[in-house]
Design a protein around this ligand. Structure first.
Ligand code: SF4
Length: 295
């Protein structure tokens, strides 16, 4: 090496002079369409399994793992576990509507449509004091009843239903609330939900499952049904819930809907069912969430 010439030190950047710069793989690869935020969230939900971190987080697992899991939301052991945990949460619950006879329960249930039990319970004690028997209701015109039930909402229709049901019970059933589904369904304002409430709560007869707004929402979240119509939901529940549990199950789910599993912002962090619930609209999760399992 000639004197005075010292070898050049390699550039700190790692680039060498006169070396053609090759495009980085990131730049040479064809551009992928950008995911928006909700896509990312949904993808996470599809592949996530156990979230170990802060509330709301889900962690990823390979899709292969999920495929192999063979998850069946209607598996007998899963349904049994749901029922067991509901028993732990709500061991002795029953209908929250105040009543002392089958007729009073029928009236209270008709009035509870699109209203709350608390609201109905405010109205019914005075109502039943004023009209103590089914015959007293049967003697009314619907307009007479309207001011008394106004605060429960839809009061014109409800008044018509209550007075109409009273008249039919007096005329066709000797003043006694019928004890079977077929006859109950002939009463004005009575559909399967109301009939199931009366049969289950008063007569202790499991003819079906009460499907109200809470049962509708939570059964979907728990993947016990994918249906949206109450009658179809009831049919699905009757297939997976043992008959001896039909009455209690509905009461438990209704209480669960009032206490924790709200329509908006369910309190999943406090829920005993959390580890077996994959609802897509959970507010906190330690398990994979299924985007279609929602209210
Ligand atoms: S974990 Fe959340 S969504 Fe699931 S049942 Fe409990 S409260 Fe409802």
């Amino acid at each position: 090496m000639p004197r005075g010439i010292s070898p050049r030190r390699p550039a700190r950047t790692g680039r060498q002079d006169r070396v053609a710069r090759t495009p980085s793989p990131a730049k040479s690869a064809p551009r992928q369409p950008r995911e928006n935020k909700s896509d990312r969230v949904n993808k996470d939900a599809r592949v996530g399994t156990a979230a170990l971190g802060r509330p709301g987080s889900v962690t990823s697992a390979s899709p292969k793992r999920r495929k192999q899991s063979g998850y069946n939301p209607l598996a007998a052991d899963r349904v049994a576990e749901i029922l067991k945990r509901l028993d732990q949460l709500y061991p002795d619950v029953t209908c929250a509507l105040t009543h002392t006879t089958a007729w009073e329960l029928l009236v209270a249930t008709i009035l509870s449509a699109q209203s709350t039990d608390v609201n109905v319970n405010r109205v019914t004690p005075e109502l039943f004091r004023k009209y103590p028997t089914v015959e007293a209701f049967a003697a009314l015109m619907p307009e007479h009843l309207e001011p008394d039930v106004r605060s429960t909402g839809f009061f014109r229709n409800k008044s018509k239903s209550v007075v109409g049901a009273a008249k039919k019970i007096v005329a066709d059933f000797g003043g006694q609330v019928p004890m079977n589904m077929e006859d109950l369904l002939t009463l004005p304002g009575v559909a399967r939900k109301t009939a199931n409430v009366v049969l289950g709560t008063w007569f202790k007869m499991a003819e079906g499952v009460v499907v109200d707004t809470h049962v509708q929402r939570i059964s979907r979240r728990l993947e016990l049904t994918a249906q949206t119509e109450p009658q179809k939901i009831e049919q699905d529940l009757m297939k997976v819930i043992p008959r001896e549990k039909w009455i209690l199950f509905a009461h438990q789910i209704i209480w669960h809907g009032r206490k924790l599993c709200y329509a908006r912002k369910p309190k999943c962090v406090d829920c005993l069912l959390e580890t077996i619930c994959h609802a897509g609209d959970k507010t906190w999760s330690t398990v994979e969430m299924h985007k279609n399992a929602k209210a």
